[in-house]
Design a protein around this ligand. Structure first.
Ligand code: KIV
Length: 264
């Protein structure tokens, strides 16, 4: 069994496609790990999928620590990456080190993820120099939703594309072990993938990336909010749960459950 670390993920570029998913709880993390997924992200998307907020902004550091620790308990092989929540790292590299340190020390994470381009490079450098592997995230960065104005494709204009290429190179230089590319035109994602020496992990960025990530609730059909075009639904567990809840209700109401076999 491979124990995935940030340095193994970095070294995998050009050797294999990285398969990554989000997880927020022990049981799901265990199933994902057993499926051989290389990287499990405790995404701040849990603000929406687990906590019912409209954006990722309200989730707190304490909530992210709580979910990260649960995921770590479920994982034996994958690298667990904790997503640093809004305003837990933006204030200064010192703030980022202190809070990222809690993800490693208290929750057992193997790495953290921070959003932002070249302007975030000093933070990534500070984390890495202090022994905390950092995953970058550029393109559509949901913590900037108030500034971006919507969940739309990034980098369509030539000057935006140039900036994103420079961002990816700056994050690599600062020491990021991999970079998430969210909602980019596939040609731009391919270009970034070709010029950086660390793996790119795409979400809504086409098949030219070194790996792919999806939000597990989207893949399983568990999230009832807006589902972006880039999501492929591999199961409809929402429908299956509705069916099971209705069957249970019916059997309790009609005296079918509990049966002989469920009774001492
Ligand atoms: O929070 C999250 O789930 C993420 C992924 C979409 C990359 O950041």
């Amino acid at each position: 069994m491979t124990m995935w670390t940030a340095s193994k993920i970095k070294a995998s570029k050009g050797r294999q496609k990285l398969v990554c998913l989000t997880a927020y709880d022990f049981s799901t993390a265990r199933l994902i790990d057993e499926a051989g997924i290389e990287l499990v992200l405790v995404g701040d998307s849990l603000a929406m999928t687990m906590l019912g907020y409209d954006t990722t902004l309200p989730v707190t550091l304490e909530q992210m620590l709580h979910h990260t620790a649960a995921v770590v308990r479920g994982v034996k092989s994958a690298l667990v990456v904790a997503d640093m929540p809004f305003m837990s790292y933006q204030v200064s590299p010192e703030q980022a080190i202190a809070n990222a340190g809690r993800f490693v020390k208290e929750a057992g994470a193997g790495a953290v993820k921070v959003e932002g381009g070249a302007f975030r490079a000093p933070t990534i450098r500070a984390l890495v120099e202090n022994g905390i592997p950092a995953l970058g995230h550029i393109g559509l960065t949901p913590q900037s939703i108030r500034e971006l104005g919507g969940y739309t494709v990034q980098g369509r204009r030539p000057e935006q594309a140039e900036q994103l290429l420079a961002d990816a190179q700056a994050l690599e230089k600062a020491g990021a072990f991999a970079i998430v590319l969210e909602c980019l035109p596939p040609a731009l994602a391919e270009e970034i993938t070709a010029i950086v020496g660390v793996p790119t992990i795409g979400i809504g960025a086409g098949k030219g990336c070194d790996g792919q990530i999806l939000v597990t609730h989207d893949l399983l059909g568990l999230y009832s909010g807006h589902t972006p075009k880039f999501v492929k639904r591999y199961a409809d567990l929402g429908a299956e749960m509705r069916r099971a809840f209705a069957a249970y209700r019916h059997e309790v109401e009609n005296g079918v459950f509990p049966g002989e076999e469920h009774t001492y």
